[in-house]
Design a binder for this molecule. Structure first.
Ligand SMILES: [Zn+2]
Length: 202
């Protein structure tokens, strides 16, 4: 129906999360209409991020630099190695950082258990988490996954996995909006939830 190049753009945009065929079409025509420099700025931002940003080899947060880079938090010698906050995504790490309540390390799972989306335990960075506990002398793990079905299932799974280890396993306190994401909780509420964390009981 459209010129092949335009159809390609519509198809690619339509593959983005949360973008349906109609929105993809609208975005493609928008890009067609704006001056070339504006559209190319978007193209450049995409290619720059793919070139310059990767995953931290230690915690799987975003890190600047190619493969094998470490993120700013892992690079910071002042952070406390003994406490580790386990989150689903880098944006959750940012939410916890904003509370200024946490000075330990992080581990980013890069997802949560979600059978409907085809995400099982093997898709998450769990093996890498287990490898860090002994190597880095972790004494407490705070399960800071989202307060929804997937986040709770992930916390439950991790708690049972970590139970035999001689470490404290805690879960952030309830009081966060149930079913929501950490990133939408305000700093004060999330800070309190972190402070009020409790030992995981099954
Ligand atoms: Zn890191």
């Amino acid at each position: 129906m459209y010129a092949p190049a335009l159809q390609d753009l519509i198809d690619e945009l339509g593959r983005l999360p949360g973008v349906g065929p109609k929105s993809a079409q609208r975005m493609a025509f928008y890009l067609l209409k704006v001056p070339a420099e504006d559209a190319l700025r978007l193209a450049r931002a995409i290619s720059d991020v793919k070139e310059r940003v990767s995953w931290c080899r230690r915690c799987f947060n975003v890190a600047e630099g190619g493969d094998g880079a470490e993120c700013d938090i892992c690079n910071d010698p002042r952070r406390d190695n003994s406490v580790m906050c386990v989150v689903e995504e880098p944006r959750d790490l940012v939410a916890v950082e904003k509370t200024r309540e946490f000075t330990g390390r992080y581990h980013v799972l890069q997802g949560a258990i979600s059978p409907l989306d085809g995400v099982g335990t093997e898709q998450l960075r769990i093996r890498e988490l287990l490898a860090r506990i002994d190597a880095e002398g972790v004494k407490e793990i705070i399960l800071c996954t989202n307060p929804n079905v997937e986040g709770d299932a992930t916390a439950l799974y991790l708690a049972s996995l970590l139970k035999p280890l001689p470490i404290k396993v805690t879960r952030i306190a309830s009081g966060l909006p149930v079913g929501g994401d950490l990133e939408y909780a305000d700093e004060l509420t999330l800070g309190r939830a972190l402070e009020g964390r409790r030992e995981f009981s099954q």
